[in-house]
Design a protein around this ligand. Structure first.
Ligand code: FPP
Ligand code: MG
Ligand code: MG
Length: 355
């Protein structure tokens, strides 16, 4: 017992303020900090974001509801089988938000790594506030997503989405340390290994978030293994298709149509599908440039020219189309419903987009 200690009063006065409605956390994390405000704006207000991940989660959630308990949805909560699409559960809506938060957080970090000064048609966070603030804004969104995830009170879903965060980082590391690509000449066995490495990296970078969040939406509905498997397959294939198309658009579109820098991959030394497939036609020229990460004078222009003179872009698009078809096949294993058809349409939109 410390009888000498005098009351400090400032602490008590602060909390009395909170009790009167002046929330001390609001000033710390709320929207009145310019960077966090900008980050919230990116997340909630900008139309430029495609919101593919939350759309996918909400569609899967509705499609799963068309399954009777005998077909793998065992919860009694919302699942009477009907052909109409009932609204998703509150937890599934929360999951949809979480997917977009994780995605946006990864983009804040990605734009720092890629030194990109534009995103969703407006200046990137790093361009406006600098790299340090962009990293912190990404961390902030990720922290918010983690709290939201914990509040779902579903340990399996927490595990799936935490694994996604690990995969996002792994994918980015694989991309910046592409040993398999650098070892390969671009053709033969090495060329095949380079392509497989690239696709594996794409799963970590893009497919995992879509696959695991689709599976998590089924889990939240109490869906069984078979449905979880198909939902995961759907998200994985859409993700792989999405990234292949992204890598094609980097060659074919302008910065204006993309709302972000074009030809960014070559300029940053990255060999994506169009280049790896062009290496089948021009093994030596392309292989050498891949190995030196397009770093010599004129490499970017030369690589672009070789890609355009080969069937690299066409082959990459074909790979994307096959992935989209596989996504559709996975969706078609689900019971018919408007939401199931929406999933099919989403897979086709992903491969037909121009930005
Ligand atoms: C966009 O790719 C980037 C990603 C899909 C993932 C980036 C992941 C990280 C930076 C790891 C950190 C992760 C978290 C969760 C904070 P891109 O550069 O090919 O596409 P772009 O053209 O849209 O920039
Ligand atoms: Mg980028
Ligand atoms: Mg990147």
């Amino acid at each position: 017992l410390d009888l000498q200690r005098k009351p400090r009063l400032d602490l008590l006065a602060g909390w009395a303020g909170a009790a009167r409605g002046v929330d001390p956390f609001k000033s710390l994390l709320g929207s009145d900090h310019p960077v966090l405000e900008a980050c919230a704006k990116y997340f909630f207000e900008l139309d430029g974001g495609k919101k593919i991940r939350p759309t996918m989660v909400l569609l899967i959630s509705r499609a799963v509801a068309a399954h009777a308990p005998a077909q793998g949805v065992n919860g009694s909560r919302a699942f009477t089988s009907t052909s109409e699409s009932p609204t998703p559960l509150p937890s599934q809506k929360r999951l949809a938000e979480i997917t977009e938060m994780i995605h946006t957080a990864s983009l804040f970090h990605d734009d720092v790594i890629d030194e990109a000064d534009e995103r969703r048609g407006v200046p990137s966070i790093n361009k406006i506030y600098g790299n340090k603030m962009a990293i912190l804004a990404g961390d902030f969104l990720l922290a918010r997503a983690s709290v939201s995830l914990a509040r779902l009170r579903n340990i399996e879903v927490v595990e799936l989405l935490s694994t996604v965060i690990e995969h996002l980082v792994k994918g980015e590391v694989m991309q910046s340390r592409p040993q398999a690509l650098l070892d390969g000449s671009g053709t033969g066995e090495n060329g095949q290994a380079a392509l497989e490495y690239y696709l594996h990296k794409n799963f970590y970078k893009t497919g995992s978030l879509m696959a695991n969040s689709c599976r998590a939406a089924v889990l939240l509905a109490g869906g069984g293994d078979a449905l979880q498997y198909q939902a995961f397959a759907y998200g994985r294939h859409v993700g792989l298709a999405f990234q292949l198309v992204d890598d094609v658009l980097d060659f074919e579109q302008t910065s204006e149509t993309l709302g972000k820098p074009a030809l960014n991959d070559l300029r940053h030394g990255l060999a994506t599908a169009p280049v790896l497939l062009a290496a089948r036609t021009f093994p030596d020229e392309v292989g050498d440039m891949v190995k030196r990460k397009f770093a010599s004078e004129g490499d970017v222009e030369r690589a672009l020219d070789l890609v355009q003179r080969s069937d690299g872009l066409k082959k990459a698009k074909d790979l994307a189309l096959v992935q989209a078809e596989q996504a559709m096949e996975a969706a078609l294993t689900m019971n018919p419903s408007p939401a199931r058809d929406g999933l099919i349409k989403l897979a086709s939109l992903v491969v037909n987009r121009t930005s």
